[in-house]
Ligand binder design. Sequence first.
Ligand code: DSN
Length: 394
Amino acid sequence: MISEIFELIEEEKKRQDENIELIASENFVSDNVLKACGSILTNKYSEGYPANHAVGNRGRYYGGCQVVDKIEEKCCELWKKVFNTDYHVNVQPHSGSTANFAAYFSVLNVGDTILSMSLNNGAHLTHGSPVSFSGRLFNMVFYEVDENGFIDMEDVKKKALEYKPKLILAGASAYSRIIHFDKFSEIAKSIGAYFMVDMAHIAGLIAAGEHPTPFGYADIITTTTHKTLRGPRGGMIFCKPELAKKIDSAIFPFSQGGPLQHIIAAKAIAAEECLMPTYKEYIHQVVVNCKAMCEEFKKMGYKIITDGTDNHLFLLDLTHKGITGIECQDMLDEHHITLNKNCIPQETRSPKVASGVRIGTAAMTTKGYKEKDFIEVAHRIDKLIDEFMKEKSV
Ligand code: DSN
């Protein structure tokens, strides 16, 4: 049985090596990050926080934590450096979803109102979808995007005044434009709401200065560590120092048990990599590549939500092509191009079918792709869609 699993890991390695990976939320980690993920740190229990951890909540519930204390403290210190911030950071969330769960419960109670973006307009499931804990436990209200797919800040303001949410959330999984954290913050302040940012997708761009920062504006900032930050699969929460104790308690003991110290070590290594000058160059190339590929699709007559991109992803609206999101995803999978179907604003199909696909450039840029490579892939996708449609019509 064990050998079978290793065979399957090899099979997946081959897939990752050979496929063109365009899933906007994926990336390829360094050997050092992998080494830490697979280290003996997985053997250690360390519920609680390092002895010197921020304000309050200090101390572990197990002995033998001297070394992991140092690792977790170092990890926190490095991530604060990456974002050049004096915010408090908690590096224990196992994922972006658990980070969001804890972030909400640090300042909200069941039934409180959250103003957020809806799934169809590009948000994440944990931003209030009825099939997620967020939609079931909180009173969710949603702001809209305008007819071109841009976040409608007038609508954010209007809904904030109308519904008086206790928390306003900005951040997305499939939004290709700059998010104006300063404007969100102003609106939140005007009604006395907490302002939370889920920067999971664009965290790397923020770290490298390719997207405006939420630090200084948001009360709470959540992220994953495995997307543009190119770290291990996991999450983190940053917050203004006055919320440190609430955030820490919302992770442990409220929503999680033992932290994953092997992953925390890998997060620390990813932070060191983000602090290298080559990381800034990498992120810049991700953005340049994304624009180049997006423009090529436009030249070929494709409709792009918001007509372009400012970050590492864009959304192709396939409605006029006749192919659905799921058909496109499955067909490209057969040709070793990996991406995901995605709802588009004013979606008419179910999320399982969807009318668009999301394309991201972070992973293949890690593999060394430049503009010309992404342009070539755009043409390959176009050709495959045409062939698929011809076959479908006979
Ligand atoms: N599921 C991730 C994505 O693909 O965007 C978000 O966590």
